[in-house]
Design a protein around this ligand. Structure first.
Ligand code: SAM
Length: 239
């Protein structure tokens, strides 16, 4: 900023001042965000929870999480994508489960679990054997970094491969224009899963009461379902 102030004397005063005016709010915003981040870190150090207070989080934290925490058949759990508001999930899950987080952004490491993978979901099979996970929670990643059709297909396929038979894939996404990079019903890898009726919400697709249509889709890996699908595609398309 100082550099630009000095430049104001070199005959470009008008442009420099315009630049400065445009930059100041941005800098203030950055300072505010950094200060908020420090405050959250301090709160976390003192054991104060830092969670988001929205309806979709309520459904995730108070309905979806307890169901899987209480079910002993779900032991190895992967949570995809971390941020300050997911940091408190680590203690909750680590106390009872083998809990792993994954995020390619190295800056998010500090919000991850003790077992954290700094990589993209598409690369999941580099870290897990086929059939080794019981549950994958992938919330707010489709449309928030996972945006390209081929990357989305690779990511869902990797999830399918790494889940065990009967393993569950939960996809949380915003059903709103501009946030859906690629129609989910076009996804071939997602079609390998069988839609799962999730008893606590009495459906396999639950749309939360939010302005951004945050939706939870529940899927289960089911051998006969995917085999039938393969047979169907062979008979229909001759592959
Ligand atoms: C909006 S945050 C969602 C955090 C969290 N999962 C939640 O419940 O809100 C999106 C996160 O997804 C991560 N991300 C982006 N692309 C990804 C990919 N290909 N694989 C895994 N994570 C990705 C980003 O780095 C970011 O931290």
């Amino acid at each position: 900023m100082l550099k630009n102030l000095r430049r104001a004397g070199d005959g470009n005063e008008g442009r420099s001042m315009q630049f400065l005016r445009a930059r100041v709010p941005e800098s203030i915003q950055q300072i505010r965000e950094a200060a908020e981040g420090v405050m959250r870190d301090i709160k976390h150090m003192f054991g104060v929870k830092t969670l988001l207070n929205t309806e979709d989080r309520r459904v995730l934290e108070q309905i979806i999480f307890p169901h899987f925490l209480n079910d002993q058949s779900f032991r190895s759990i992967l949570f995809v994508g971390c941020d300050w508001y997911t940091r408190d999930y680590n203690n909750i899950f680590e106390a009872q489960k083998k809990y792993i987080t994954l995020d390619p952004d190295l800056g998010k490491r500090k919000y991850g679990a003790k077992q954290h993978i700094p990589d993209k979901l598409q690369k999941l099979d580099r870290y897990f054997n086929s059939g080794s996970l019981d549950l994958i929670l992938c919330n707010g990643v489709y449309g928030f970094g996972l945006n390209n059709a081929s990357e989305i297909e690779q990511a869902f396929q990797a999830c399918f491969d790494c889940l065990r038979e009967g393993g569950v894939f939960v996809l949380g996404w915003n059903d709103i224009e501009g946030w859906c990079p690629f129609p989910l019903h076009h996804s071939k890898s997602l079609a390998l899963f069988k839609p799962l009726f999730f008893p606590p919400l009495k459906t396999d697709v639950y749309v939360t009461d939010t302005s951004y249509g945050h939706t939870y889709n529940f899927y289960v890996k089911c051998y006969f379902w995917s085999q039938n699908l393969k047979c169907l595609s062979i008979t229909r398309f001759g592959r």
